[in-house]
Ligand binder design. Structure first.
Ligand SMILES: [Zn+2]
Length: 171
């Protein structure tokens, strides 16, 4: 009788302690890690197009070396959707990152959506990269006018489509 009760009590006690530890552990993770990680993921998710567009703008600037195109692709005034880029600045008093215009962000978003819709179902295809760039350049020719000067519409659109395709094919 006693032995059974003791064993029973020990088991209950052991369960309580391990449960307590488990809860304590969860609470600690909730308090320290999860909100931070979740906030970061949400932030990246919400502002990732602008962040990606900033990267695209920087690459386009180095490739085209055109003031006229740069004015259509980058801005010096941070917009609300630039929040994640601003947080990634090393020194907030000395901005070094590239801030994309709304027009460029819209084109990049359109390019990504088009890729998922038209290229992703064809991932088995030979010469996928060239296929992606060709159909994407065609699809985006309308928005390209707002993002490139007359001299760089073709070259710029091709470069943008190649950049987006590379990122999304190899991700
Ligand atoms: Zn240009």
């Amino acid at each position: 009788m006693f032995t059974e009760m003791d064993e029973g009590e020990d088991e209950d006690e052991a369960t309580d302690v391990s449960e307590l530890l488990e809860h304590l552990h969860d609470d600690m993770i909730d308090a320290i890690d999860r909100p931070f990680i979740d906030d970061t993921i949400n932030l990246v998710e919400k502002y990732k197009v602008a962040y990606l567009s900033g990267y695209v703008a920087r690459r386009l600037g180095a490739h085209l070396k055109c003031e006229c195109c740069a004015r259509r692709q980058t801005t010096t005034n941070p917009l609300p959707n630039h929040l994640y880029i601003q947080l990634r600045e090393w020194d907030s008093s000395n901005r070094c990152l590239t801030y994309p215009t709304v027009a460029l962000s819209n084109t990049v978003e359109e390019a990504c959506n088009f890729f998922f819709r038209a290229v992703t179902p064809q991932l088995h295809r030979k010469a996928l990269g060239k296929f992606a760039v060709d159909i994407m350049s065609l699809e985006l020719s309308m928005s390209a006018a707002g993002v490139f000067c007359d001299n760089h519409v073709r070259d710029g659109m091709n470069f943008l489509a190649k950049g987006i395709s590379r990122i999304l094919i190899h991700r």
